[in-house]
Every structure is written in C-alpha cells, then in structure tokens.
Design a protein around this ligand. Sequence first.
Ligand code: KIV
Ligand code: ZN
Length: 520
Amino acid sequence: MTDNRVRIFDTTLRDGEQSPGCSMNLEEKLRMALQLERLKVDVIEAGFPVASAGDFDAVRAVAEAVRHCTVAALSRAVTSDIERAWEAIRGARKPRIHTFIATSDIHLVHKLRKTRAQVLADVAEAVTCARSLCPDVEFSCEDASRSDLGFLSEVVAAAIAAGASVINLPDTVGYAVPHEYGAMFRVVRERVTGAGGVIFSAHCHNDLGLAVANSLSALEAGARQVECTVNGIGERAGNAALEEIVMAIATRGEALGVRTGIVTEEIVKSSKLLVSLTGMMVQRNKAIVGANAFAHEAGIHQDGVLKSTITYEIMTPQSVGIRHSMLVLGKHSGRHALKQRYAELGYRLTGEELNQVYRSFCAIADQKKEVFDEELVAILDDRAHSTEEYYHLEGLQVTTGMNMSPTATIHLSQGDQRFVDSATGDGPVDAAYKAIERITGVTGKLTEYAVKSVSLGHDAIGEAFVSVEFDGVLFHGRAVSTDVIEGSVRAYLETLNRARSAQKARQTSNSVPAAVQEVS
Ligand code: KIV
Ligand code: ZN
C-alpha cells in the first residue's frame, strides 16, 4: 500500500526561532510547543541544545511537556553535540536526534575545510553515535540542493547504513527550482540501497519565494516529511510556511495525492500566538493567515461571496479557525455588502434608506481606507438627525498656524443663492463660525462643543457635537467627517438649520418642535 501520509516536522522553535527578531525564552517556547501539539504536528524541533544553556533548558522543558508529538533536537555531526542534544531530549516520550553536516563542495571547501572522504566518515560516526543513544535519528545533508548528486547519494547511503530512519535533503539557501528539487529526491531514492526503508524529508528556504512549491515538488517525488515553520519564519527570507503547505494539501489533496494529520482549525490560533510571542508581524496579504486572506473589498467580489462563498473562496475561513470571512467596507464596496453589514448590525434598510446611506458612505469611504461598524452606525444616526437643510455648506477653507490669526472662508448656499465670506477667530473653528455669522447675520452663543473619534487610526472619522443658543433657545447639532473642522462646521450649521425650522414651525403653528429645548 502506498504511504500518502505527510509528516509535518515543525521547526518554528529551531530554524524559525534562530532568525532575527524571532527569539523566544523558555516560557514562550513552551507555550508555542503546546499550541503546536494542539495543531497536531508530527514532530516539534525544539532547538539546538549545544548553542546555549538557555536553548538546552528550553529544549528539555519542551521535551518534558509535550505528550504526543516527537520532539527533535538538532546537533552538528560531532559526538559532543550529539550527546548534549540527547541530554536535552531524553525525557521526551518520543525523542529524535537530528544531526547534520554539509555535503556541497561549496560548504566543504569554504566552511568545513574537509574532504568528501572526511565528511563520509563523520556521517557514519555521527549517525552511529546518535543511534546508540536514541532509536529515532534523522540525518540532514546541509546544502543538499547544491551538492554533487553522486556524493549526495554516497552520504545518504552511509547515513542509512548507520541507522538513520529519516533522511532530509534541504534546499538550505533557497536556490532550487521545483522540478530540479523534485528530481534530486527521485535520483537519490532510486540510487541508494535501503532508501525504501526510510522517510525522505524536504526542508526548503524561501530566498526565491519557492519554498512551498519546492516542498510540494519533493512530495511528488516521494518525500513524506516536510520541514516548515508557522508564518514561514526562518533564516533570511524564511522557511516554507507550515500553513501554506498544509492548506495546499488540504485544499488540493486530490491533485497532490497526499494528506496530513494537521488540525487545520488551529492554524490561525498558532499564527497569532507566534506573532504575540515574537512581535514578528504577518503581512496583510500573506496566504492563509494574513488579515486579508479571507477579506473581500471589491464590490463584484463582495456581491459574489454574498451569493455563494465558493465564487471567490477556495477554502472556508472556518477550516483554518476563522469564524467568517470579512467584507471590508471601503471605496470599492457596493450596496449589497453595505446592506448586508447593516443587517448584521441589526438595521433593516429600505431601498430608499440604503440609497441615502450609500451616498454618505461613499463620501466617507473616498477619504479613508476602511469604514468600520461604529462609523456605519454614526452615518445612520447622522441621517436620522438631519433636518430640513436651509443653509448648505458648499466649501470651506481654513488657514491656521503658530503666530498667525486663524482665518476661515465659508461658502454657503441657500436655494439658488450662493454666499461667501471670511473671518478670523481664536482658532480655526471659531473663525469658521464667525464667517457663518457674517453670511447669515444670525449670531449664536456656543454653549457646548466636543469632538471625538468614532473609530481607531489616524484616518478615523471624528464626530462633532455642538450646542448653540439662538434667541434664548438651545439647539444641538452633530456631524461626522474625517476632517474635524468640517465636522464642526456641519454640526454648527445643523443647529442653525434647526433654529430656522423651529422659527418656521412657530410661525405656522403653536406647537414646539421636538428638537427645541427651552433654555432654563
Ligand atoms: O537549512 C538547513 O539546511 C538546515 C539544516 C540544519 C537542517 O536548517
Ligand atoms: Zn534550515
């Protein structure tokens, strides 16, 4: 029977952790290891014990805490390293020693300064030593993808003969292209005696952005273990991203002919935990775990997703642990998504209401990247509060700064008539209110003024509240805008328009409009 089960070897705590900005202390490694166990990875590589006392302690703590996964520790092909690695993981329920040596001539000549014969001898000795301590030994040929295939096959044969049960052929510098990386596995598996009795493993770095593609190519060529990290963290451009490999297999399992044992619903939780432990953010458009991975903004896409999610989603957000996909409301959004979001917020809008709200929404969305729920509610409130518009704001210009008098120029319309005037004031808002007084000839007494942010972020919309007394009667106005001065002017004009409506109402009846409050 063919083995189609891919073992997920997670090296977030070793290859990932040793990259800039990703280091974790013992407590943090433990928390991440327990999450990896919930994710059901097959192997957790916990660290490189000989590197430091801290790494040794962390590997030992992980080995003792983890219950179901194999726990691996890395060591160079050096007896003292191997013994130190074993000390760290011997308390694990399923320990693995992972030992490695470089096999490319580039590394032999420039780094190890050893001959091929010396390396072959080191491999046999190291694997034999590791095997005498631990029943599960993985051997890696560092820089395998740039190694001579004949020599690589000899090294692999020596490692298998000495007792290695997993053979890893890394693309250490992210140099391989998929067909070439897959071919290396095919050749080695065909040539080496005993290759059928071990598991071959892929370990790809992402220098050319090909780590996941190369890993999948290795699977096609018979590898049955993939080494990867959560969020793809790792040396330089990182390692193959666990979530991408796992979801490629989950989504395209039939095309790839393999499966994993990963609990995919734990993927986003694992990603978020790693971000919170390391502070290493994930780009918004990162596959699977980026903030935009299940977000739609374009009107056509939103309309499609609302009709049926399969139009634009190849996997469900729930399958990676997100409750639902997100329709981001921005300048590309359409009425369908807006109506849906209002419905989710508890507002059922008629066609005419939706049209009105959509106009305000578009004006705001044009000025900022995303319109948030609280801003949608503010738009609705704004509409509900609006009264008959007697004076309409056509334009506004303010000049302000240090050591100068703030000046405002206001353009108003009243029916077909247009007015413009300027004034100076104590501040830009005061100047704008004075310019309005000059145009309308109506003087109000500002008794209350407040501006607050409706949402978070530098482009959040501000909500202005003002209370103005006209002829002894107090009127309240409110307006939202991304520009607080514009919002303040609109709120003031609202009070003016209310005062005007109240005056008209008083002329036609004895009833007092609801918006009017007598000043005590
Ligand atoms: O990239 C690499 O070659 C490695 C080995 C040590 C497995 O990380
Ligand atoms: Zn690596």
